[in-house]
Design a protein around this ligand. Structure first.
Ligand code: 9Z3
Length: 325
């Protein structure tokens, strides 16, 4: 049910639905802290010069949102997203000179970690003697790269990581990010790769405690998550460059749905991908073109995000030029 829907065919989400979603959502923990780190991040990056592409900041969303079923939640609805797309794209944006706000689902893939084994702590390290731990030589290079590149990006202030778990947290943090990037105008990109729930249980209709199975089969009505793309695009940060993703499992409807999303939400690019081939190829849909972007299968470890981000950077540069002209 996640991210595979017909909502793009529905009329625009009325503003009051969006307002009531936020008004009824549980307050965001650490909101003040998040706002403070965003402000510091944007201030720092708007005064950066030389090697960085002056002022260019991208918000990459990554992983899937959860939908809690209870306020003290034991159960929730989730989706498949691993966060690989967002994590890998973050690395390529950093290489291209962008500063990145990485809004990710807790526990999903992290930038610079794709080559680490599944359980890095247990598989990469061994106990040498009573007081020393050493890195397994087999993984030494990968571990070194992950640690140094991640620390460098975080320490020089070009990577800000913000975690979320629920759909409530995701949309609340996205709103804070948009408020902080608004002043950057066309220099900001929203690269919305997270798989966002289409349905949720409104906070006020949720039970406080764990739902009891003794009451028999569970009958639950889910409300539609208001589509925030139009709010983001038209109200929150209207001059930014927008890239959304369209995921389908049926190749035959993929491009039509991507086209629809492009027009309905006035996106600059929609990246169409099919579930089973998403790591091999994507189709970039814009007003004027459809470009298939493929992973270079002749290169070991090559990722589709490399040429994809290259194309995004190229189109973003053209957009900035056009707006500044
Ligand atoms: C995507 O299509 C992403 O490419 C994937 C990446 C989630 C497939 P992984 O995290 O997978 O690497 O495992 N995201 C879908 C984004 C989404 O939910 N889009 C909404 C929609 O299609 C609109 S914003 O309705």
């Amino acid at each position: 049910m996640e991210a595979v829907d017909d909502a793009d065919q529905l009329p625009e989400t009325p503003k009051n639905e969006v307002m009531s979603f936020f008004e009824s959502a549980p307050p965001l923990k650490d909101a003040a802290e998040t706002e403070k780190s965003l402000k510091e991040f944007v201030d720092r990056n708007t005064s950066l010069s030389v090697n960085r592409k002056a002022n260019r900041v991208v918000c990459v969303t990554s992983g899937g949102t959860t939908v809690p079923l209870e306020k003290r939640y034991v159960r929730y609805i989730d989706n498949f997203a691993s966060g690989h797309r967002g994590a890998a794209s973050t690395e390529y944006f950093l290489k291209a000179g962008y500063s990145v706000i990485f809004l990710y689902r807790r526990g999903t893939c992290q930038p610079f970690c794709s080559l680490l084994p599944d359980d890095p702590l247990l598989e990469c390290f061994s106990v040498a003697d009573d007081s020393n731990i050493e890195v397994d030589p087999l993984h030494a290079e990968t571990v070194k790269r992950a640690i140094t590149e991640n620390r460098a990006a975080v320490a020089d202030g070009t990577l800000l990581k913000l975690p979320f778990t629920t759909i409530f947290e995701y949309l609340q943090i996205l709103q804070l990010i948009s408020a902080s990037l608004r002043s950057l105008g066309p220099s900001a990109i929203f690269y919305l790769a997270a798989a966002v729930s289409d349905f949720y249980v409104p906070w006020e209709s949720m039970t406080l405690h764990k739902i009891q199975s003794a009451s028999g089969p569970l009958d639950m009505r889910l409300a539609q998550v208001p589509k925030m793309l139009s709010m983001l695009r038209n109200e929150w940060a209207p001059m930014a460059f927008y890239i959304s993703f369209k995921l389908e499992t049926d190749q035959d409807i993929l491009l039509a749905k991507a086209d629809m999303a492009l027009k309905k939400y006035k996106m600059h690019m929609v990246i169409a991908n099919e579930l089973s081939t998403r790591k091999e190829e994507v189709i970039v849909v814009t007003e004027h073109e459809k470009v298939t972007v493929r992973r270079d299968s002749t290169q070991a470890g090559a990722e589709v995000e490399c040429p994809l981000v290259e194309l995004v950077v190229d189109r973003h540069s053209a957009y900035i030029k056009k707006v500044d002209a």
